[in-house]
Design a protein around this ligand. Structure first.
Ligand SMILES: Nc1ncnc2c1ncn2[C@@H]1O[C@H](COP(=O)(O)OP(=O)(O)OP(=O)(O)O)[C@@H](O)[C@H]1O
Ligand SMILES: [Mg+2]
Length: 266
């Protein structure tokens, strides 16, 4: 196993990154700092996974990148501009899907495009294409209450990728799903992402998910000091979540990430 080439301390930089975070500190009110000097570079088109103990600041870091939480110190640049809430090139996806119950699945998928000013005919055309891509063509006219949790998240993915943003921030989007459904969703997310060329920052507690999806797994320190370890996921693409289960390299990487995660919480 080439662990030296795979694991690295985060002294790296990326040339012309999509996301550049330098020395970011965040605190809420008079509480102690939640993030204490975080550095992070993400290249354009890269898929990174962020893992770390509960409460280490993963969601806070996503919120800073999205412009929803201000940094007390440090700088954040998203393609050479500071973050701002509502930027039209960023899409944020959470664990709880935000489907509107009074709209059909098709109309929910079209909704993101509606907000972005895409015309009606194009909205409907694209919504149908993306529903087909996540295997939900047959339920396009259903209301969300008739969908399983996995189907709801597939509709959310279709909506997110139909708006064709260049940066996706995802905070444990599959955490409520069973492991079989997760594997299906991994394949669908990979397929959507591979044709989008978008940059993704994906937060998860699931090491297998992090390795299946990402180019790099970044391990955050329990004390909010940012990324303390990174694992380069050198598995070839395109990947199949199920096939990876039988791949020895996948299990090697899993062990590396597990060890790094344990060390980060010690
Ligand atoms: N709005 C807030 N006000 C006060 N403290 C907050 C706020 N948001 C987060 N925190 C604190 O900041 C720390 C980091 O929280 P955050 O939600 O970023 O962690 P996390 O790594 O995403 O955790 P989890 O894995 O459980 O989702 C925690 O101690 C949390 O209590
Ligand atoms: Mg969180």
């Amino acid at each position: 196993m080439t662990s030296e080439a795979t694991v690295g301390t985060p002294g790296w930089t990326v040339e012309a990154p999509d996301i550049r975070v330098r020395g970011v500190r965040v605190h809420f009110g008079t509480s102690r700092h939640v993030l204490t000097g975080v550095d992070l570079d993400v290249a354009s088109g890269e898929f990174i996974a962020l893992i770390g103990a509960s409460g280490c600041g993963k969601t806070t870091l996503l919120n800073v990148i999205a412009g929803l939480v201000p940094a007390a110190e440090g700088t954040v640049m998203i393609r050479d501009r500071p973050p701002a809430a509502g930027r039209s090139d960023i899409c944020y996806i959470l664990a709880r899907d935000a489907l509107l119950p009074w709209r059909t699945v098709l109309s929910n998928v079209a909704y993101g495009m509606e907000l972005s000013g895409v015309g009606r005919a194009e909205r409907e055309r694209r919504a149908r294409v993306y529903l087909e891509r996540v295997g939900l063509r047959d339920v396009a006219d259903f209301f969300p209450s008739r969908l399983s949790q996995g189907m709801r998240q597939r509709a959310s993915l279709a909506r997110a990728f139909a708006v064709e943003r260049s940066l996706y921030l995802m905070d444990e989007p599959f955490s409520a799903l069973d492991s079989q459904t997760k594997l299906l969703l991994h394949d669908q997310l990979l397929s959507l992402w591979e044709s989008s060329h978008a940059t993704v920052v994906f937060v998860t507690h699931d090491i297998g998910e992090a390795i299946t999806l990402s180019d790099r797994v970044l391990v955050m320190s329990r004390r909010g000091a940012g990324v303390v370890e990174q694992i380069h996921v050198d598995l070839p693409r395109p990947r199949s979540a199920e096939a990876l289960q039988a791949d020895e390299r996948y299990h090697d990487l899993y062990r590396l990430a597990w060890t790094a995660l344990r060390a980060s919480t010690a």
